[in-house]
Design a protein around this ligand. Sequence first.
Ligand code: SF4
Length: 92
Amino acid sequence: MAYVTLDLMASRRRVLTGAATLSLAALVLGGGSSAAAAAAAAKSSQKSVDYQTHPKGGHGCNSCKDFIPQTNCKTVEGPIQASGWCNKYAHS
Ligand code: SF4
């Protein structure tokens, strides 16, 4: 009888440990993908803001408040060139 009780306890421990591991893996994987999706959704596509790789009217990304040197932008998906421009341009 003691063997049966110990064996059941060991089995139960294995099941609970496995369930905890699966839950943690789901949390990590789910959290990572939703964070990446949120970051992508927060930025506009280059096409939607008429991004071009050359300046317009003397304005370029290198003088925009959203430009992040060397090739990024706070509001538009990269890569962004310092000489570029889009219709969200805002002078820094
Ligand atoms: S002009 Fe557009 S793409 Fe360039 S830095 Fe500003 S917001 Fe970003």
